[in-house]
Design a protein around this ligand. Structure first.
Ligand SMILES: [Zn+2]
Ligand SMILES: [Zn+2]
Length: 286
């Protein structure tokens, strides 16, 4: 076990790096989700700022989790940027593909499987996202979400449509933070994705204490005219608005790509004694 100068004991640090890429720092453990760390790939261009990879990797990433094999979640050049000593936790079947592309240890998971990473236990949980059975999904069409359990429980959902199993997840787990997709890929919402209002409905089943909307605002097709379109900024605000009605007990924190929030175990005084009048929405910097 490597020694670490810093730890994250004041609460769980959640950084929304962009799209489904988040950094979860809890206790002594750092988990990176669905890393896409390139300024452009396929037909998409990143509109959000690039993470400083030197800073990101200055302290060890203890594990990468991959929700599924769609290209906006599994990008092997991005995985190649991550030191080989970091294991990759991926859906069953993904190992055959990944082993050809990267040198990391691959830990394959099915729904219900758990793996311990330092003081954190990660359990594979279901998602409902069947769309686009195309290469390299040929290797694995399993789509997972992950329950990341330490001092708090963070539910990372890469992609999903609304489904009844969310109710069971909400009953089975005491979710502190839900990282929930609120849009599709680029301007497209087709396939098994949630609209912002469906994502707000998901909160009524998952009942997390805090929700951070992800899978929005990061990628757009090539061409300058896309930059000002509403799909790049509107989804999390619609989600926060809907959630303020349907799930008033969930603290929705809208982070722009690059921003971080700390979720404390004990709600601080402001949270506990002063009910939030409005969801935490940052001004739009288009
Ligand atoms: Zn997908
Ligand atoms: Zn996606």
């Amino acid at each position: 076990m490597h020694h670490r100068g810093i730890g994250y004991h004041d609460g769980t640090h959640i950084t929304f790096i962009g799209h489904a890429t988040t950094l979860i720092e809890m206790g002594d453990v750092r988990i990176l989700t669905d890393p896409v760390l390139r300024p452009r790939f396929r037909f998409l261009k990143r509109r959000a700022a690039m993470p400083r990879t030197a800073t990101l990797f200055s302290d060890k990433i203890d594990a990468v989790v991959l929700s599924h094999m769609h290209f906006d979640h599994m990008d092997y050049p991005s995985l190649g940027m991550i030191p080989d000593s970091t294991p990759i936790i991926a859906p069953e079947g993904a190992g055959r593909y990944l082993a050809r592309k990267v040198g990391h240890e691959i830990i394959e998971m099915r729904v219900g499987d758990t793996v311990d990473v330092g003081s954190i236990r990660i359990q594979a949980t279901p998602s409902n996202h069947q769309s686009g059975f195309y290469w390299p999904m040929w290797f694995s069409k399993t789509v997972l979400s992950y329950m990341i359990m330490g001092s708090q429980t963070v539910h990372f959902v890469g992609d999903t449509a609304l489904f009844d199993g969310m109710k069971e997840l909400g009953e089975q787990f005491d979710i502190d933070v839900s990282l929930l997709p609120v849009w599709g890929c680029g301007p497209y919402l087709r396939g098994d994705h949630m609209t912002p209002s469906e994502a707000a409905e998901a909160l009524t089943m998952l009942s997390p204490r805090v929700a951070v909307p992800i899978h929005w605002g990061t990628l757009h097709p090539m061409g300058p005219w896309w930059k000002r379109m509403a799909f790049l900024w509107h989804p999390p605000h619609a989600f926060a608005w809907e959630a303020s009605n349907s799930a008033p007990n969930t603290d929705v924190r809208v982070l722009h790509p690059g921003e971080c929030t700390v979720v404390r175990s004990e709600p601080d005084r402001t949270e506990a004694e002063v009910p939030a009048l409005m969801p935490r929405i940052k001004p739009v910097l288009a």
